[in-house]
Design a binder for this molecule. Structure first.
Ligand code: AMP
Length: 218
């Protein structure tokens, strides 16, 4: 299965992507995770990306496209993949489409997660993550057993720099301006499926599994 998760930041794509990747045994490629890893390792790519990310802006297409194509060519991705947070611009989507057609592959689903802005802000501002094992929590909806501490590895949880209130508004504006046009982009290609992102993690999971079970629209 080749699938894209599309939608605003904080809508729950990453949480559901982990579950779906495990269920269907396909690798999850999250450009946000890959970029954060590069920033943490202080690679040259990470140094280039850091400022954009902290300001809530998109990292330039040329950087992100190279990163994704390198991963897509790996053996792990030959049978399928789940793209979380990519493409995020029309240029990225065009490039992905060219890559897929030159390698004789097609997408099965583009899932568009929808949620109200108020709920998105609530989800982003309460999000906490583990800097060690990358587990993600929410202070209200998915709290760790011990406040501020990762259940899996015991590290102190942190709030992502770009989840701080001053950055959320700019991320949402960037989404509207640069990523939301992809909804129409995939709709006219007959491959977009809208998923209601409201509700608990298991509720959305059930909706998603039902949606992915539907045959691909030809
Ligand atoms: P995410 O974890 O998906 O919310 O991504 C965090 C940040 O990484 C974004 O706000 C961007 O700065 C950067 N980023 C992630 N994916 C992309 C992408 N496909 N294109 C450009 N920048 C990206």
């Amino acid at each position: 299965m080749r699938v894209i998760f599309l939608g605003p930041p904080g809508v729950g794509k990453g949480t559901q992507a982990d579950f779906i990747a495990q269920k269907y045994e396909i690798p999850k490629l999250s450009t946000g995770d890959l970029l954060r890893e590069s920033v943490a390792k202080e690679t040259s790519l990470g140094k280039e990306a850091k400022g954009y990310m902290n300001r809530g802006e998109l990292v330039p297409d040329s950087v992100v496209i190279g990163l994704v194509e390198e991963k897509l060519e790996s053996t792990a991705c030959q049978k399928g993949f789940l793209l979380d947070g990519f493409p995020r611009t029309v240029a990225q989507a065009d490039q992905l489409s060219t890559y897929l057609s030159t390698t004789g592959k097609t997408l099965d689903h583009v899932v568009y997660f929808s949620l109200s802005n108020d709920e998105i802000v609530r989800r982003i501002s309460g999000r906490r993550s583990c800097p060690e094992c990358k587990a993600v929590y929410h202070v209200e909806f998915v709290p760790p057993k011990l406040e501020g501490v990762c259940d899996s590895c015991g590290k102190d949880l942190v709030q992502r720099n770009d989840d701080k209130p001053e950055t959320i508004a700019s991320r949402l504006a960037v989404y509207q301006d640069q990523t939301a046009p992809l909804i129409e982009y995939y709709k006219i290609r007959n491959i977009l499926r809208e998923l209601d992102g409201a509700g608990s993690v298991p509720t959305v999971q059930d909706r998603l599994v039902a949606l992915l079970a539907k045959p691909r629209v030809e």
